[in-house]
Design a protein around this ligand. Sequence first.
Ligand code: SF4
Length: 171
Amino acid sequence: MPDEDGALTKLSRLKSPWILHYDCSSCNGCDIEILACLTPYYDIERFGILNKGNPKHADVLMVTGSVNHRNKVVLKNLYDQIPPPKVVIVVGACGSTGGVFHNCYNVLGGVDKVIPVDVYVPGCPPKPEAIIDGVVKALEKLKAIQEGKWVEKKKGKEEKKKEKEEKKEEE
Ligand code: SF4
């Protein structure tokens, strides 16, 4: 059956989202909790949530670990390869802010220094329940984007000023 108006694709994206998991530079604590979501106890695959290895097949990018000068290139590359509409979930303190590594000489900070982030799952590491909750939140946003109901917040003067300063510092 052809999906001329894209309704089936949109529904499939929400009912069976495919996730690409990328570990920036985590200690693997967060990654183990993500893997726990796939074990028989939580078994998120029963909800149609699948872990995929190809960014071109993914709807959701799930990132752990802090960003450094090396992995920022890979992270941006993966993000760009995921077809829109897409959402990004950051799992753990390191991916959110740099966490315990935020003062390291090579660490830029959290994932949002490089790509836009939609959902932050706090914790060091977060529990599987929190990660699953993060996926549900991300799907709510994906649904709103698909229905054209999502309105991006306009950046205020302070935010723009801060961004300019951060860019200068990087150069
Ligand atoms: S948030 Fe904690 S568990 Fe997760 S990668 Fe950082 S140090 Fe490891």
